[in-house]
Design a protein around this ligand. Structure first.
Ligand code: BG6
Length: 473
């Protein structure tokens, strides 16, 4: 009988983002990106997003883990773990340094040729995010970023360039990383800075509309260039629970989820629902649409839903609940769950619930492209890192993922754990918040040899992949 578990072709792997690992921020023609103006922070000190590069500030993306120069060594380690796929992103500013050029930067294109070839050499399928928390900073300064519809054209020129160039190397694409984060932190995914007195929600959702149009056009264009492309959206999926069975709490939780579903509804179903339109009305948001926009959205729906899952959140109708921290989102504390050292509430069973909710609603393939535990690792006297806590986190999540497939029939095509090699944290800019199977010798202050070494979880994950998820102990 056919296995009920992971399909033979299940895409096991890991994920990174260019701006959090590559470094080499200003060489070989690369321009300044929005990630390059983000300073180092911590849990208690927010990152600053400076106006351009300010001398004397510490910008972690500038060197990151120097993946740009060490990708061969790193990909070889991923291959040793048996990766079937590797999710990374293209740094837009390597290809178009300012974003509005017509001619791409050949050196940048060549770098990704080499990187993808290196992956393919080992049979690792590249999975590429087109814009992962970075874009040319010049587009922010010159055009006001995604608030301006011109960005759609610049993005399309970028997509056309990379789709054509890598059409025989890359099959899986995602248009924007965690597109829904624009409503929480508009600068990180969309380079939006507000002007005094403006309706911030109006700006955010208009910018989101431009990204929806760009994403839909990219799906269409990609398919014209290579009909075998699989192009997905990518959302941060914050599965929410009601604090109690008080209907008011349930309503609060539903409303919280509505703001996520607004994004997937447009990208998967191809339209704004009545509920989304009512939300706009209530908030004086008037989305300026062009004549063809409805058709563009309808014609450019995605092939799969890429999403990140780290934790769940709890919503309440009370005003006085003790807050929890979270991946850009909060909520109140869940007494049934433990939290990571960064306050993210660990919830493996929530993963199964999230997978079911997404699949029940949309009935298209899902791809979990981020999941993992950010933790501080300690190197022992023998130079070893015993990260049992990470193994435990991943094991419990993979078990629930397996149930979602085997018992519930969710169509999940792959799983890439976040930060398979240690990298810079997106929310805090720290190095010490590590996710990897591979340790990188570098600290929060930029000191260290950048030497790579295998953690205990390296061999564990290798076994998981080798046995197609059968051996998790
Ligand atoms: C996701 C992002 O939100 O979470 C990644 O797509 C990010 O870029 C990841 O790194 C983990 O968050 P953090 O803040 O721990 O790096």
């Amino acid at each position: 009988m056919k296995s009920l578990g992971f399909k033979e072709e299940f895409l096991w792997g890991g994920a990174v983002a260019a701006n959090q690992c590559e470094g080499a921020w200003n060489i070989n023609g690369k321009g300044v990106s929005t990630a390059d103006v983000a300073t180092a922070g911590s849990l208690s000190k927010q990152r600053e997003y400076t106006d351009g590069i300010v001398e004397g500030k510490n910008y972690p993306s500038h060197e990151a883990i120097d993946f740009y120069h060490r990708y061969k060594e790193d990909v070889a380690l991923l291959a040793e773990m048996g990766f079937k796929c590797f999710r990374t992103s293209i740094n837009w500013t390597r290809i178009f340094p300012n974003g509005d050029e017509e001619i791409p930067n050949e050196d940048g294109l060549k770098f990704y040729d080499n990187l993808f070839d290196e992956c393919l050499k080992y049979g690792i399928e590249p999975v590429v995010t087109i814009s992962h928390y970075e874009m040319p900073y010049a587009l922010v300064e010159k055009y006001g970023s995604w608030r301006n519809r011109k960005l759609v054209d610049f993005y399309m020129n970028y997509c056309k360039t990379i789709f054509k160039r890598y059409k025989d190397k890359v099959k899986y694409w995602m248009t924007f990383n965690e597109i829904n984060v624009i409503s929480i932190h508009p600068f990180i995914p969309a380079g939006i800075k507000f002007k005094e007195g403006e309706n911030e929600k109006q700006v955010c959702y208009q910018a989101a509309h431009h990204q929806f149009i760009a994403s839909a056009l990219a799906v269409k264009l990609g398919k014209d260039i290579n009909p075998d492309f699989k192009i997905g959206c990518m959302i941060l999926f914050p599965q929410s629970y009601a604090e109690t069975c008080n209907p008011k709490d349930v309503q609060a939780s539903n409303e919280f989820m509505d703001n996520t579903y607004l994004f997937t509804d447009v990208q998967v179903r191809g339209y704004y629902t009545n509920k989304a339109k009512k939300f706009f009305e209530r908030n004086n948001i008037n989305i300026k649409m062009e004549d063809d926009d409805e058709k563009i959205l309808k014609d450019g729906t995605v092939d799969f839903i890429g999403f990140s899952y780290y934790m769940t959140v709890v919503q309440t109708s009370r005003n006085d609940g003790e807050k929890s921290l979270g991946n850009m989102l909060g909520g109140v504390k869940n007494p049934y769950l433990q939290a990571s050292d960064w306050g993210w509430q660990i919830d493996p069973e929530g993963f199964r619930i999230a997978l079911n909710n997404l699949y029940d609603r949309y009935q298209i393939p899902l791809f979990c492209v981020e999941n993992g535990l950010g933790a501080e690792d300690v190197v022992d006297d023998d130079g070893f890192i015993n990260d049992d806590y990470r193994i435990e986190y991943l094991r419990r999540h993979i078990k629930e993922m397996k149930k979602a497939i085997e018992i519930d029939g969710v169509d999940l095509i792959g799983y890439t754990s976040w930060g398979c090699i240690d990298l810079i944290s997106a929310s805090t800019g720290e190095m010490k918040k590590r996710y990897g199977f591979i340790y990188v010798d570098k600290d929060n202050y930029g000191d260290g040899t950048l030497k790579r070494s295998k953690k205990k979880s390296f061999d564990w994950y290798k076994k998981v992949i080798e046995t197609n998820g059968e051996v998790l102990e």
